[in-house]
Design a protein. Structure first.
Lengths: 117, 113
């Protein structure tokens, strides 16, 4: 079974400072990894993904994430946080297989990012 | 990317009644998913809906409670039946786009009183 852990319920950071939102995963096989953001009263928006290749992936709104296979982590980062980045962030994993289960995304519990002016 | 719309965006319903949520995609997709997000919680997969076959439900979810239709490649409905306050959640439909990416609708916020 696959699982995702986001160890921090909330991350507080000052505007202009770098931010990191942590994610670790547990899967059998090679994972596809994703980050989504959810703004208040909105659906989930896709931020970025890791499928294969370069371990550092860049996504929307200046976010990036680094895939670390040895640590089974996929932390989300941004060099300089904005107040508008304040939202709920979800890490998700999928292990590709040729059946319905292989298309199932498993989500972490979510991390609320608060960026203060 | 796929653009997904849901109706209604929110509703307040009385216990014991049923609500049908509609999901429309602007492109044909093979697989559609329905998720539930309870207040302050993460997303939990309810079922996978493929066109032309019965939906596949995850553990803890049954067809009698959450019947799903998938009449074509751009549309699906989820019904929440015999509702109780515990069903108060955001319900989201989702599609896989291409090989990797999964997109979500804006969600339907359901409150059961």
């Amino acid at each position: 079974a696959q699982s995702v852990a986001q160890p921090e319920d909330q991350v507080n950071v000052a505007e202009g400072n770098p931010l990191t939102v942590k994610c670790t995963y547990s899967v059998s096989g090679n994972p596809y990894l994703f980050w989504y953001v959810q703004y208040p009263n909105r659906g989930l928006q896709f931020l970025l993904k890791y499928i294969t290749g370069d371990n550092l992936v860049k996504g929307s709104y200046g976010f990036e994430a680094e895939f670390n296979k040895s640590q089974t982590s996929f932390h989300l980062k941004k060099p300089s946080a904005l107040v508008s980045d304040s939202a709920l962030y979800f890490c998700a994993v999928r292990v590709p297989m040729n059946n319905n289960a292989g298309n199932m995304l498993t989500f972490g519990g979510g991390t609320r990012l608060m960026v203060k002016p | 990317s796929a653009v997904i719309s849901q109706k209604p965006s929110r509703d307040i319903c009385q216990r014991g009644t049923s609500l049908t949520i509609q999901c429309q995609v602007d492109s044909q997709v093979t697989m559609m998913f329905w998720y539930r997000q309870q207040p302050g919680q993460s997303l939990t997969l309810i079922a996978t809906a493929n066109q032309g076959s019965e939906a596949t439900y995850e553990s803890g979810f049954v067809i009698d409670k959450f019947p799903i239709s998938r009449p074509n490649l751009t549309f699906s409905t989820l019904t929440v039946s015999n509702m109780s306050p515990e069903d108060s959640s955001i319900y989201l439909c989702s599609v896989v786009w291409g090989h990797y990416e999964q997109y979500f609708g804006p969600g339907t916020r359901l409150t059961v009183t």
